[in-house]
Design a protein around this ligand. Structure first.
Ligand code: E4P
Length: 267
C-alpha cells in the first residue's frame, strides 16, 4: 500500500513523508493560510495582475494551486494530484481545457508533468474528459467516486487512478438513515472500495485504486492492502504512533470480501 497525504500542508508532508500527495480546492485554500505559503500568495496576485487579463482572482488561484503543487513535489518522491474546479464537473470541454491549462502552468515553472495527476470529479462528463486527457498523455485521478458504476466507467475509460470515497458514504448513512456506526468490516464505504478493488484485480484493470475520504483509522486499517490510501494529517498522526513505518503497517493481502453495502444495511 502506498501512503498518500491528503493535504496541501507542506509541514505535515515533511513530517509524515508520504510517497504522493493529493490536494483539492478546499485543501489548497486551507494551506494558503499557512505561513509557509505567504510569499507564494503574494506572488500569485502579482503574477495574475501582470497577465493583463480580467479575472485576476481566478488566475491567481490557478497559479497558487500549481505553485503549492510544485512545493509539494519538491518534498515527496512521487506524484501530486491537482484538482479541476468542481464547478466544471458537468462540462467535458471546459474540464479538458482547464486540465491542459494546469499542465501548461506546471510546465512553465519547470515541473515534470509526469508527476502530476489531474483530479476530476467522476461525473459522466468528467470521465469523458479524463478519457481524452489520458489519450493526450495527461494522467488523471477520478475523485468523488461513490459507486461501482462510476468505478467501472473509469476503468473502461482507461483512467490512471480512481479515488473511491469511504467516509462520505458513511456520512450519508448517518445523515439520511440515522445509522451511527457499522462494525469496521461492515462499513459501507469500506465495502464499496473493496468491491471495486476486487473487481479491478479480478478483471485485470490497470487503473490504480486509492481509498479516500477517511473519517477514522478503523476504515484505513480495513483497507490496508489497497493500492494506495490518501490520508489526512490527523489520521496519519493517529496511525504513526509507533516506530514501525506507516507503509509497513498497511501492508497486508487485501482480504475483504466483496459483499454489497446494501446487504449490510439490512442486518
Ligand atoms: C481525496 O481525493 C479527497 O480530497 C478527500 O479524501 C475527500 O475527503 P472528504 O470527504 O473528507 O472531503
Amino acid at each position: 500500500t502506498k501512503v498518500v497525504a491528503d493535504t496541501g500542508d507542506i509541514e505535515a508532508i515533511r513530517q509524515y513523508q508520504p510517497v504522493d500527495a493529493t490536494t483539492n480546492p478546499s485543501l489548497i485554500l486551507k494551506a494558503a493560510a499557512l505561513p509557509d505559503y505567504q510569499p507564494l500568495l503574494k506572488e500569485s496576485i502579482e503574477w495574475a495582475q501582470a497577465q493583463g487579463e480580467e479575472d485576476i482572482a481566478a488566475l491567481a488561484c490557478d497559479w497558487l494551486t500549481v505553485n503549492i503543487g510544485k512545493a509539494i513535489l519538491d518534498v515527496v518522491p512521487g506524484l501530486v494530484s491537482t484538482e479541476v474546479d468542481a464547478r466544471l464537473s458537468f462540462d467535458t470541454e471546459a474540464t479538458v481545457k482547464k486540465a491542459q491549462k494546469i499542465i501548461e502552468l506546471y510546465r512553465s515553472i519547470g515541473v515534470d508533468t509526469d508527476r502530476v495527476l489531474i483530479k476530476i470529479a467522476s461525473t459522466w462528463e468528467g470521465i469523458r474528459a479524463a478519457e481524452t486527457l489520458e489519450q493526450q498523455g495527461i494522467r488523471c485521478n477520478l475523485t468523488l467516486l461513490f459507486s461501482f458504476a462510476q468505478a467501472k466507467a473509469c476503468a473502461d475509460a482507461g483512467v490512471y487512478l480512481i479515488s473511491p470515497f469511504v467516509g462520505r458514504i458513511m456520512d450519508w448513512y448517518k445523515a439520511s438513515q440515522g445509522v451511527e456506526r457499522f462494525a469496521p468490516e461492515e462499513d459501507p464505504g469500506v465495502l464499496s472500495v473493496s468491491k471495486i478493488y476486487n473487481y479491478y484485480k479480478q478483471n485485470g484493470f490497470k487503473t490504480v485504486v486509492m481509498g479516500a475520504s477517511f473519517r477514522n483509522i478503523d476504515e484505513i486499517r480495513q483497507l490496508a492492502g489497497c493500492d494506495c490510501l490518501t490520508i489526512a494529517p490527523p489520521l496519519l498522526d493517529e496511525l504513526s504512533n509507533s516506530k514501525e513505518p506507516l507503509a509497513h503497517k498497511l501492508q497486508k493481502p487485501f482480504e475483504i470480501s466483496d459483499r454489497q453495502p446494501e446487504a449490510i444495511t439490512e442486518s
